[in-house]
Write a protein of this length. Structure first.
Length: 605
């Protein structure tokens, strides 16, 4: 699908209109790609109103799956969406909508086609739910606004119930304006938005506005809604059209340097404002209090008149970063004085510190009294939580202080609950992740001979801005993404269109075979030789006959003669293929390990 997506992106950049998108949505390749992307989503294992999950789809063969989706698209009628209420801090709840598994699959097919079209139209300062963008890029953009541009006044706007109040008619109009003019596709999107909601008490409600949180299309639809806001703020300063065309040069990272234009604009009465948005959470940076006051009122009116959205007055405010903090994406910012200028100082937000501390304390309780009598899994989960906290928050400038404060509380909890079991010395795998990342820390502890990662030892680093050259819909932009991936794409395309062993296989098998080809870097797992178009097989480590399945971990790609040797029983056949392969000790060890899984005896040199 890459060539198709590249063409959609290029045409969207040229502001062309799209009238035949449903043919792409319902194509076999797009449906198989949707399965590949959808199965990686944790929500694919959550049952909807029909009680089905991705595991039910995985058992089908490709043609059967493609036929079902194409029939659904031909006459689409969504099933009711199951409403689930997730508790939030402060006693409130977040309403989530879980569509049926087939409706989620259809949404994945549609979002894949909408993505390249919309990416060409989205603003560069929008970072939420977009490919090759993350919260780190948004935080880096905020720090750039403070450090380089000296914007120390922040308009903090909170939209009241954004996902519950999106206007359906306005959303469809915005899609039409973007060039998405396939009326069949717009009709399907409208039906998705109008899908009945099955409430927890059994009632059926029919929504007149809002997009369901939990639907796979919601992220891209929310970005479409607020894209208009991004460009309105941008038009006030960043993309303001001047009478005279000033020279623009490209920076080393691919961004445009418009310093001459901005120098001219600063001599006018225009307001210098910049937006940084992540989904429905955004901050508007201004130069002074007067500009901030005016843009706050203007934004409130604009959201109400153009998008029919209201702001939460209690949570919306203007913050002077020289005196107070502003919270964004779990971080809090302040502009502190450093010599003759102001620079951004960032911490974990107070809510984040409290939440992290409570979760780690609860996990220590689970290590003390494991639910299933074995604490190894709970220690592994604790380490995963600490690693996730470090990976997300390590870009804060004061993360060492924040994690140190959390660490002191966690150390007390460990001493109180696990004192007799904690050891300061233990064995670590020198090539393992924990040894490389945390091996030098004196705070490393061991429980049941397993390491316990110290929360107070984060590996801090500054946040990085998104590289402007990175773009998955251009050949130049993909070079940075796939810099270290050396795979024969011709073989990959061959695998996509080839039917294994001339018999219908499950869609899970066909998809995992391609994943395994990438996982093994296109080489045989035993001999290390490069896999071509023919002459190799996809082997089930545990055969289906004795309980094996088509999961990724149960598959391995090997040369055909290695495959025959693994299944060989008589002495002559074994001798024949041993002569062909001429395995060394390591290769023979791998072969014998695979033979043991198929319940055959070891081969000796």
């Amino acid at each position: 699908m890459q060539e198709t997506f590249d063409k959609l992106y290029a045409n969207s950049q040229r502001c062309e209109n799209f009238y035949h998108l449903m043919e792409i949505v319902g194509s076999k390749e797009n449906i198989l790609l949707a399965y590949r992307n959808f199965k990686r989503n944790k929500g694919s294992f959550t049952p909807g109103p029909d009680k089905a999950t991705i595991q039910d789809i995985s058992k089908m063969n490709q043609n059967e799956l493609v036929g079902i989706i194409q029939n659904k698209l031909a006459c689409y009628k969504p099933k009711p969406v199951r409403r689930v209420e997730i508790p939030k801090e402060g006693g409130k709840v977040r309403p989530l909508g879980i569509p049926s598994i087939w409706d989620r699959f259809v949404q994945q097919c549609i979002s894949q086609v909408l993505d390249p079209i919309c990416e060409a139209k989205f603003n560069d300062h929008s970072y939420g739910f977009r490919p090759n963008r993350s919260a780190e890029h948004a935080i880096a953009d905020c720090m750039k606004k403070i450090n380089r541009q000296g914007l120390c006044f922040v308009v903090d706007v909170d939209i009241r119930g954004f996902f519950d109040n999106v206007d359906h008619t306005k959303l469809v109009q915005q899609m039409w304006t973007m060039g998405i003019r396939d009326k069949r596709l717009l009709c399907v999107v409208r039906k998705m938005l109008k899908a009945p909601i099955l409430m927890p008490d059994g009632r059926i409600e029919y929504p007149t506005k809002g997009t369901s949180q939990g639907a796979l299309c919601s992220p891209i639809l929310s970005n479409i809604v607020l894209n208009e806001l991004d460009w309105w703020i941008s038009s006030q300063w960043e993309t303001f059209e001047t009478r005279k065309k000033y020279s623009v040069r490209a920076n080393y990272n691919g961004s445009l340097n418009k310093s001459h234009t901005y120098r001219a604009l600063r001599g006018t009465h225009l307001k210098e404002v910049h937006i940084v948005r992540y989904a429905d959470d955004f901050r508007i940076f201004c130069k002074n209090r007067d500009t901030a006051n005016k843009i706050f009122v203007a934004t409130e009116k604009w959201l109400k008149e153009r998008l029919k959205l209201e702001i939460n007055v209690d949570k919306s405010k203007i913050v002077n970063l020289k005196r107070a903090n502003s919270n964004f994406l779990g971080f809090r910012f302040k502009a502190i004085r450093k010599r003759s200028k102001r620079v951004a100082e960032s911490h974990m937000s107070e809510k984040a510190v409290e939440s992290v501390t409570n979760k780690l304390k609860e996990q220590i309780k689970r290590i003390q009294k494991p639910p299933f009598g074995y604490d190894g899994k709970e220690i592994w989960r604790f380490n995963g939580m600490v690693t996730g906290i470090h990976n997300y928050y390590r870009i804060a400038t004061r993360i060492t202080c924040d994690c140190g404060a959390i660490g002191r509380i966690i150390d007390i909890a460990i001493k109180n609950r696990l004192k007799k079991r904690v050891k300061k010395q233990g064995k670590l795998d020198p090539k393992g992740f924990i040894a490389q990342e945390y091996g030098k820390s004196r705070q490393l502890r061991f429980i049941s001979d397993q390491p316990l990662i110290p929360i107070a030892y984060p590996r801090a680093r500054p946040p990085k801005l998104k590289e402007f050259k990175v773009n998955q819909y251009t050949s130049e932009g993909r070079q940075s993404i796939h810099r270290d991936l050396k795979i024969n794409m011709a073989v990959t395309k061959y695998l996509v269109h080839k039917t294994s062993y001339n018999r219908p296989e499950t869609v899970e098998y066909e998809d995992n075979k391609i994943s395994k080809y990438y996982g093994q870097y296109g080489k045989c797992a035993v001999t290390g030789k490069e896999l071509g178009f023919e002459g190799w097989h996809c082997h089930h480590i545990i055969p289906r006959e004795i309980g094996g399945d088509d999961s990724y971990k149960n598959l391995i790609l090997i040369m055909d003669y290695v495959h025959r040797l693994i299944h060989a029983k008589d002495t002559e056949t074994i001798a024949k293929y041993m002569l062909i392969i001429a395995p060394d000790k390591d290769m023979l060890k791998k072969i014998n390990k695979l033979r043991a899984k198929v319940e055959l005896k070891d081969i000796k040199l």
